[in-house]
Design a protein around this ligand. Structure first.
Ligand code: UDP
Length: 246
């Protein structure tokens, strides 16, 4: 379908959101080439990042739709854009972890790479001024961020997504260490997966070499960032073509 991009609504760190003319229930999302870390303090980027993350996200979101996980993806536009359903983002970042890394390893003094005996789900309050603090279900209730019913729906979906993504990345020779999800509510009140799933929002380690193929290459100045994102893109594309995990 042909859509006309309207005026800009919002610019975030990784994406710019626009209206779509005559389509009040849709928005256009442009994936940026910039990379930020540590709540925007560290800045960088590379030329094809927007394209790679758009592609990886769209492949994964289509896969998740096939597996019955509702999400905002409608269709890709150009090299770096996608049309999505318009949602009101629930201001909770949902992190699911299979292997200890990053802030979890630091907080509990655990060695990075420690396999968790069961996945851990964490919630962070999506609030840049506060630096996205970790919160639990009681904080969520008091802050009024989501009802218990909404939260249990989010938990249910995040668990299914972890299973599907672990399988898909597994077929790519990648360990899904941890990842962050955002959910939104449509006009009809449906809770759906929104935002993106990409090397910006997931930790992905090569199963054999343990090489980090995600944003930690940028956060930790490991170099070869673009090469890592390209590898993930290539492998995910190939795995889906081969029908891995179907
Ligand atoms: N994450 C994200 N956006 C954030 C914070 C975390 O996408 O604002 C992702 C991050 O890439 C990793 C997972 O969530 O895959 C867990 O991140 P962690 O809490 O370890 O924080 P970090 O070490 O990234 O500060």
């Amino acid at each position: 379908m042909s859509f006309q991009v309207g005026e800009k609504i919002y610019e975030g760190k990784a994406k710019v959101i626009f209206n779509v003319q005559n389509q009040p229930d849709l928005v256009y999302q442009e994936f940026k080439d910039s990379l930020t870390a540590f709540n925007g303090e560290k800045k960088g980027g590379f030329k094809s990042k927007g394209h790679l993350n758009r592609d990886i996200t769209s492949i994964i979101f289509q896969r998740l739709s096939q597996k019955g996980v509702p999400n905002h993806w409608i269709e890709n536009q150009g090299d770096t854009g996608m049309i999505t359903k318009r949602v009101k983002i629930i201001p909770i970042e949902v992190v699911v972890r299979n292997i200890a890394a990053g802030s979890l390893a630091k907080r509990l003094g655990w060695e990075e790479g420690r396999k968790l005996s069961l996945p851990i789900m964490e919630f962070y309050y999506k609030n840049d001024n506060l630096g996205d603090p970790i919160i639990n279900e009681d904080h969520i209730r008091i802050l009024g961020l989501a009802t218990d019913e909404t939260l249990s729906e989010i938990r249910r979906m995040a668990k299914i997504i972890n299973g599907e993504l672990t399988q898909l990345f597994g077929a790519c020779g990648l360990d899904l260490v941890d990842f962050k999800l955002e959910f939104g509510r449509t006009k009809n009140g449906e809770i759906i997966l929104a935002d993106e799933v990409s090397p910006d929002t997931c930790r992905l380690w090569d199963k054999t070499t343990k090489e980090k193929l995600d944003k930690d290459r940028f956060r930790r100045d490991l170099g070869n960032i673009e090469e890592a994102y390209r590898k993930v893109h290539e492998r995910v594309e190939l795995a889906v073509k081969k029908g891995a995990n179907s």
